[in-house]
Write a protein that binds this ligand. Structure first.
Ligand code: SF4
Length: 323
């Protein structure tokens, strides 16, 4: 049994203009200790898919259908009390902007201690000792436990967020573009840190990113998302060297490479669709250079391309199978 098994997840938002189908039939699984990258352009639904796993949606959002099985138990059936115990302890998240996620008027130590004590019946001094050790684990000085968020640099705040995410030793940690606001050198340090801790603590990870360059070093597999759906999923090497979906290929070409042949960096023509009225058939057909007449009418089904490598495209060569 996989650690996490997401089946046909559908998450919708109600806005004035109608219903936004931000996540529309997403399925994937995650094994113990595995890291999976969720990749795609802004607005493709990757963050919404990840937040749905924790049922952390804004008030206008709802999970309309699907199942999220964590060790066989459906997260969507958890009571509010069970959900409180589940978050941070089983799955935790490192948010994009640490300044938004940390309470600016509370010392970082008290925020970490609170997260620890919510899930473990230990004394305040013991929780404080653990919080200090966590700060040291993320390479911050333990004495800074009584500092406020604004006393840290952007990279250090992100380290505090990582410490918080690890506070309850979760089995899965979600990284939601964890280095977006940081400069390139600090980004590299943060990714190195996350990867080292992940391996040390044996955690599985879901890394949300629009930056393909971080995937190779960090993830075992990647799921490529377009317009609320996964269009291709497979081991990193397969995705990088044998991409099967035209969108994956264009996404790869849109990133500069330091190694290999010299090629012009390409862009993907057009814009992602309006998620209130998505195109018929394959959602990528208005932008796809390989589109057939069939693509406008018929939604492609999943086709296996190799071990744990599947794609949803009419041009893919093998027989239809379950995702
Ligand atoms: Fe392009 Fe058709 Fe494949 Fe969609 S199904 S990606 S439109 S070839």
């Amino acid at each position: 049994m996989p650690l996490l098994d997401v089946q046909d997840l559908q998450t919708h938002f109600r806005i004035r203009q109608g219903i936004v189908r931000a996540v529309d039939g997403v399925s994937f699984s995650l094994e113990e200790g595995e890291s999976l990258g969720l990749v795609g352009e802004s607005g493709c639904g990757k963050t919404t898919a990840a937040l749905s796993l924790l049922r952390l949606l804004p008030t206008n959002g709802r999970i309309a259908a699907g199942r999220i099985l964590y060790q066989g138990q459906d997260v969507l059936q958890l009571s509010p009390e069970e959900l409180l115990r589940f978050r941070w302890k089983e799955i935790s998240i490192i948010f994009q902007g640490a300044m938004n996620a940390l309470n600016p008027v509370r010392r970082v130590g008290s925020q970490i201690v609170e997260a620890i004590r919510l899930h473990a019946s230990i004394s305040q001094p013991e929780a404080r000792r653990r919080a200090t050790a966590l700060l040291e684990k993320v390479e911050l000085e333990g004495r800074r436990i009584d500092d406020y968020p604004h006393e840290f640099s952007g990279g250090q705040r992100q380290r505090v967020m990582i410490a918080m995410a690890l506070a309850c030793q979760p089995r899965i940690v979600i990284g939601d573009e964890p280095t977006t606001a940081l400069d390139v050198m600090v980004q590299a340090q943060i990714f190195e840190l996350v990867e080292r801790l992940r391996r040390e603590l044996g955690m599985a990870m879901i890394l949300i990113t629009h930056d393909l360059s971080v995937l190779g070093d960090t993830c075992d597999r990647a799921a490529i998302m377009y317009a609320g759906q996964i269009v291709e999923i497979g081991p990193i090497a397969r995705i990088f060297f044998h991409p099967c979906h035209p969108y994956t290929r264009m996404l790869l070409r849109s990133f500069p490479r330091l190694a290999g042949t010299r090629e012009m960096v390409g862009s993907i023509p057009g814009t992602p669709p309006n998620m209130i009225e998505v195109p018929t058939g394959c959602r990528f057909h208005p932008r796809c250079p390989d589109a057939l007449a069939l693509c406008q009418e018929q939604e492609p089904t999943w086709r296996e391309q190799g071990l744990r490598h599947t794609v949803a495209c009419h041009l893919a060569r093998t027989e239809t199978s379950d995702a």
